[in-house]
Design a protein around this ligand. Structure first.
Ligand SMILES: CC/C=C\CCC/C=C/C(=O)SCCNC(=O)CCNC(=O)[C@H](O)C(C)(C)COP(=O)(O)OP(=O)(O)OC[C@H]1O[C@@H](n2cnc3c(N)ncnc32)[C@H](O)[C@@H]1OP(=O)(O)O
Length: 292
């Protein structure tokens, strides 16, 4: 995958991205943005804030995931940055998770391409050398929760509507083993067993209790809290923290890396089943009808 600054690029995945915009931020640092991923760099602090901006609900479409992957690659390769704050630009929603439209009514080649991108974003986030702090400023079901779970620390805004969890079973689908592994590593086996089977979406107080998030703070303090957590983590020498992070996470990541192709095939055959397609369509329809 190649990124040519300021030009339209054609990616291996076949997704065409628009030109990158580059402007100067308030602190004079270069602010760069793709269509849906806003990056606010603070070069002096070594921190970049990534704001997800794929309205209305930051659903993780193939194009959005591709932009995010490119953005993470850029930041990972830029020695200026040691930490990322991951947050949302969509009011009240961190991310609605995987885009259900990518998993409905498409062909097997599309499902395979989509799933590879989902695997890729997880690996990029989970194995990042940088410190990742999730500033969860909205609802965060399924794939949205997964992105937060990849981070080193999670701060959730205190609003009962901001529920977080892996609710796949409510859609009649199954969280893959690597979603499960990430959850087990975060909240432990017993709590993950219950949360996954019941598809629990935890409001802030319960999310904190179960260990899904590390801190719950008033909404207007979410960014300042994320910054202060980040400065604690950045006080640790990079090499020591990075090697420790790798020691803690490598086995879980390798579990997927060793069977990526089989995992893609498994996803494609599962999602292509008529019964699963029907469940997803019914779920999408219910979401649409909720408003009327
Ligand atoms: C072998 C392995 C097999 C499979 C593994 C698959 C793993 C899957 C992981 C996933 O992430 S699946 C996605 C799960 N996500 C959800 O269940 C969330 C669904 N959405 C919501 O609950 C709500 O939308 C909300 C996020 C709480 C926001 O609520 P709000 O009231 O603010 O918005 P509204 O519901 O009206 O939605 C606006 C608009 O967005 C569409 N929408 C919502 N979520 C998705 C989504 N995930 N994908 C695509 N589109 C989504 C919704 O239909 C509305 O569309 P409309 O304006 O056209 O009506």
């Amino acid at each position: 995958m190649a990124l040519l600054a300021g030009r339209t690029v054609l990616l291996r995945a076949g997704v065409r991205l628009g030109a990158e915009a580059a402007t100067r931020g308030g602190n004079g640092a270069r602010r760069f943005a793709s269509h849906r991923v806003l990056v606010e760099p603070d070069a002096a602090a070594g921190i970049a804030t990534i704001k997800l901006k794929n309205p209305p609900v930051n659903s993780l479409s193939l194009e959005f995931l591709t932009e995010l992957i490119i953005c993470l690659e850029k930041l990972e390769n830029d020695k200026t940055f040691r930490g990322i704050i991951l947050t949302s630009d969509c009011p009240g929603i961190f991310s609605a998770g995987l885009d259900l439209r990518e998993m409905c009514g498409k062909n097997p080649a599309h499902y395979a391409e989509y799933w590879r991108a989902v695997q890729e974003i997880w690996l990029k986030l989970y194995l990042s050398n940088m410190v990742l702090v999730a500033a969860i400023n909205g609802a965060s079901p399924a794939g949205g929760c997964l992105m937060a779970l990849t981070c080193d620390y999670r701060v959730l805004a205190d609003n009962p509507r901001y529920r977080i969890g892996l609710n796949e079973t409510l859609l009649g689908i199954i969280a893959p083993f690597w979603f499960k592994d990430n959850l087990v590593n975060t909240i432990g086996h017993r709590a993950a067993d219950r949360a996954l089977q019941l598809g629990l979406l935890f409001p802030p107080t319960e999310a904190l209790q179960v260990g899904m998030v590390d801190q719950v703070v008033p909404e207007d303090q979410i960014h300042s809290t994320a910054l202060s957590v980040m400065s604690q983590w950045l006080a640790i020498p990079d090499h020591a923290r990075q090697l420790t992070k790798s020691m803690m996470r490598k086995a879980t990541a390798d579990h997927l890396i060793k069977q990526r192709e089989a995992d893609i095939q498994n996803f494609v055959s599962f999602i292509s089943k008529d019964s699963i397609q029907k469940s997803l369509q019914v779920y999408l329809e219910k979401l649409k009808q909720k408003k009327h």
